[in-house]
Structures are given as C-alpha cells and as structure tokens.
Write a protein that binds this ligand. Sequence first.
Ligand code: FAD
Length: 422
Amino acid sequence: MPERVDEVVVGGGVAGLVLARRLAMAGRRVVLLEASDRLGGQVRRVRVAGIDVDGGAESFATRGGVVAQLATEIGLGGEIVAPVASPAWLYRADGTAQALPATSLLGIPGVPLAADVIAAVGTRAAMRAQLDVVMPATVGADATTLGELVRRRMGDAVLEELVDPIVRGVHSTRADDLPLDRANPGLRAALLREGSLAHAVLSLRESATAGSQVGGIRGGMARLVDEVTADLELFGVDVRRGAAIDLGAVTPERAGGVEGRVTLATAAPTGDDRLVSVVVLAVDDPALDDAPRGTGLLVAAEAPGVRARALTHLTAKWEWMREQAAGVHLLRLSYDRHDLTDPAETARADASALLGIDLPSPLDVAVVPWRRAVARTHAVDGMHRIGEAESGTGLAAVIGAAEREAGRLLGALSGGTDSATD
Ligand SMILES: Cc1cc2nc3c(=O)[nH]c(=O)nc-3n(C[C@H](O)[C@H](O)[C@H](O)COP(=O)(O)OP(=O)(O)OC[C@H]3O[C@@H](n4cnc5c(N)ncnc54)[C@H](O)[C@@H]3O)c2cc1C
C-alpha cells in the first residue's frame, strides 16, 4: 500500500518551507521531500573568521511587506534591520568606479538630468534619457523585457551603463533577457499611470516601505530558515532530507512513493542552469574602515581584469556584522562560474581593483558554489508549482508566491478552485 498524506511538497528551499508551514498550520498532514541533507536551498550560512555569514541570499526586498510579515510571525520581527544607507557603486568598463544615481530603481534614473546621472553616463546620454518624460506613456508599455523598455524610453547608454550592471548583479542575467514583470511587477502599470518611466521610478520608490528598499535580519537570513524549520517540527510536518525525487516521475497526486496533493517547490536542472560562486573574504586592513566604495560595487560586463560580477562590503553594509567582526572586514564577491582557480587569491585581486586598495592575503575565505535553475521544466497539467523558477528570483517573490499558493490550496478545500493555472 502506498503511503498517503494530505500534501506532498517537493523541495525544502524557502518556497517549500513556507508552503509546508502554512499548510500544516491549517491542520493538513504534510510531507516535505528535500534532496539534500540541508533545508533552506539558496539560503545558507557559512562561517568565515568565526562569524556566521550568508553564503546565498543575504537580504530581501521590502516591497509588499511579505518577508517582514513572515519574519514577524516567526519571532524575528525585532531582528529586521536596514542596510547602511549608501549608494551602490559601479565599476565601469573603463576601469573607473562611479557611485550610481541615488534616485533610481534597478539603475533606471528617476531624475535623468540629475548631476549624478550626468556624471555616470554623460550629458548627451542623460539628455536622451530625459526624452522619456515627453514621450507618450504607451511607448514601451508593451515591452516584454526590462531591456526593451529602458532602451525605448531612455536609450542605450542608460541601459548598458546603469541598468545592465545592476541586473547582472542582482539577477545574473542581462536586462534584455529579464522579463519586465519579473524585474518589477509594478513597473509597467506605474509607467502607464505616471506617464513616463522616470516618474514611474519616483512613484515606486515613494511607495516602497519608508526607508530602505531592502532589509536584512540581524545574524543573517539563515535565521529565517531556522525559525520556519522549527515551526515545521511544531506543526508536525514530516521532513525527509536526502529524498532526491525523480521530477520526471512526479504526478499531481504522487511524488517519491508518497500519495497526496503534490506541489513542486523546485525546478529540475537543465543545461541552461546558471553557475554562480560566492567567495567571502575576511580581511584585516584598516584602509577598509572608511568603506571606500560604500556598501559595494556592481561590475560592468566588460570591466578589464576583474572576474567578479559584484562585490559587497558586508561589514560596511550591515551594522550588526561590523560589530561582530570587531575590526576585521568581510567582503563578498560573486562570480558567474564554478571553475575559479585559487578563489582566495582571485577574489583578493578583484577586491583590490574594485576597492582601489592593495589588500593583504585574507585571514579566512569561504567559497560557496550555486547552480541556479532558470526555467520551469516539468509542465504536467494540474501540477502545483512554486519557487524561484515560477515566481522569479528573490525571497520576496518566492515567499509571496508560496503564501498565495497556500491560500489557494486551502481555499480549494473549502469549495474554491484547485486549478494550478489560476
Ligand atoms: C548567491 C545568491 C545570492 C542571493 N541573494 C539574494 C538576496 O540578497 N535577496 C533575495 O531576495 N534573494 C537572493 N537570492 C535568491 C534567493 O535566494 C532565491 O530566489 C530563493 O531562495 C529561492 O528559493 P526556492 O525555494 O524557490 O528555491 P531553492 O532555494 O533553490 O530551493 C529548492 C530546493 O529544492 C531542492 N531540490 C532540488 N531538486 C530536488 C529534487 N529532485 N527532489 C527534492 N528536492 C529537490 C533543493 O535541494 C533546494 O533545497 C540569492 C541567491 C543566490 C544563489
């Protein structure tokens, strides 16, 4: 006799954990199947120079408030912190570093003729971007990608020099490959409502939670996984680690030999998976005390001699980390590859170039390889799916989608629709 439960959740990343928690809280018997021996997926902690650091996601978008709401429910509301306010920097293709425009969203300037925009892209390109304000709102409103929208409204220079480096840093892809509604679900509507892209940016920034557009958790995002996992135990979820499910054999009613309503919270690997490495360095150099590039830099694709795609000066970004590190600096570099030879030295050299300081050998280093699925691969009618490949990158997106799916699944039990496509 096959084993039977109410709900089977495949994948114990944040999406699967949040869904399993919500279903179990409503009294459903839930089995969670996770391939690895660790829950959390792309949220995990690593230890560097005795300090716990996030090796995957290290912050969340505050938009919509879904992450803060979950954090509050699980007792971490008082632990939510904002990063130190400081503009991000860009390391440009000509090897110079430049602070990014302060009033921008995804690199799109809210005030195209502001001095910091002109400094970043030049007067000509800033004037081209300003044309956005006099164009009809409908121009670009049908764009499929963020790149298409920005190019049509503000021109190539803003796209290539401001938006692309940010998209590359945040989403590991190019703006031309990033669906507009994934980049920011409200941007298209804001364009039509406000009449121009610049005004859409200003309006979205205004409506974001007062203060920072991103938040973190004191002690690291991995605490979110700890607390949700503790709730799973509390609510009786049967968590099975080391359960690598053959996704090709999963049906809407059965996964890994367990019968029940199945939700996939993972995507099968494909040849298109993105390889990413995070390298965290602990460095003892007082020249870093002044945070020479604020909280960090994004790197233009053609930047000479630098292989990293982004650098975050963690101890400049997070007050709590600076306190814990007691004078040591933590630098986190991201790479779009796994094959780094001598990652500590590569990252030291890159960080030196990016920060404009000849850094000493690191005291400690952690290297975390990631494989990121880019698309859903298991299109079976009636299958419920959540997770990054469905809802887009980022904790706000996956948590919001998992909560909504939980509502739908529970609603279906009380007579609503159970359609996986609605
Ligand atoms: C380096 C890095 C930095 C990031 N930074 C940020 C950030 O600062 N802010 C932010 O909001 N987001 C960030 N993200 C993105 C964010 O972490 C992800 O979007 C989110 O965690 C995805 O959650 P998920 O549950 O959809 O997927 P995952 O976390 O990928 O979880 C999927 C789970 O399914 C399991 N699994 C896979 N195959 C199977 C199988 N066959 N059977 C059973 N289980 C399986 C996996 O082991 C994994 O645990 C970052 C990601 C990375 C890698």
